[in-house]
Write a protein that binds this ligand. Sequence first.
Ligand code: ZN
Length: 420
Amino acid sequence: MLHLSRPLTDYTINSARMREDFDALCEIGGTPEGGVDRVALSQQDWQARLWFADRVYDCHLKQDDDDAANLSGALRSSRPDAKTLLLGSHLDSVPNGGRYDGAVGIIAGLECLRTLHEHDLQLPFHIELINFTDDEGTWHSLFGARAVAGMLPPEVTSEARIENAAFSAALARVGLRLRDVANAKRDPASLVGYLELHIEHGTRLERANASIGVVTDIVGRTTYDIVFHGAAGHSGTTDMYKRRDALRGAAQFITRAHELVRARYGDGIFNCGDVAVEPGKYNIIPSKAELTIELRHVSESLMADMEMAMIQIARECAAVHGLTVDVKPVIHMPAAAMNPGFIQVIESCCDALDLSHMRLVSYAGHAAQVISQVTPCAMIFVPSAGGVGHAPTEYTPWEDIEAGANALLHTILALAASAE
Ligand SMILES: [Zn+2]
């Protein structure tokens, strides 16, 4: 149990010091458009990691890394049986990404640990801030978090697979081997939980004029490869009513799928952003149209329902145009519920700090989605101006980042105060 010498509201992060960290980080991989380019395991990503390692050292934290190249700074409890509360986010970005995605979670976590260290508190658990490797999926989506959760499928860590060769080489440059990645798995019995502060990537907080979003769930995500097969032919001489045009079937499928999701699954998402057509010539009827589609939903049962409906539409569109269709599921990421106890703690802390807050579902994937399979998780969202994410124009007002960091600090203190 944590004993505080001062009233809880006396504990606040140092905003100016956190701002210095943010500005320093923006310089690493900074782009002329005002964003950052720190793709996982690139030169810029390694520069950001070196910067992080320096800060960890300066803050008197215990530095650590694992076999998935996740890099940590920890504030240690003196209790011999102490478990670990994880804080996390990521320093990597998408190509030509924004300054805020991931970075705010790292600087806020760092500032929380620094503040706690300054107050010299007797913590009931260790607090470890992790920078996850390749959160953005340059190589494998949520790679570092999956490694910690022990959820990387064997095909991802197989050195024998040719498609892993480039990733394997990138890891080898930093002294890691794919086959050792499984060692990064944490024992769930050693963990208290996981907290992450992140930008919303949406406009709900901005529209509600709320400073803090308390995430209740992260949507599930499923992708399918759908291939329509028809027959190639001369575009000019083949009868318009006797064509077996694969792209026409695919186009009708995309349109109907969008309409169905809007009409029947209000909270569901359908996207098709990837179409390959063969032979791919303006004067030949398309014989093959290959699509990758993505579905997102917070309810696993409605997701399953949506998937069945999509397959049915694909078959109907194929039949109407004299085509055949192959449907293959590729990825399924189950929806994840955040821990109800943690959600309440965050909300009480926001109330105590007089911060406006609202509950929301995350439509973007985050480390908590996989880590929630092994330990209780919660996420604190801060607003994204205009809902922009994964672009150089990403922006979050500084006072919202400061509010989020204080909400995170108080959540840690509240969890420590209520710990056994
Ligand atoms: Zn992110």
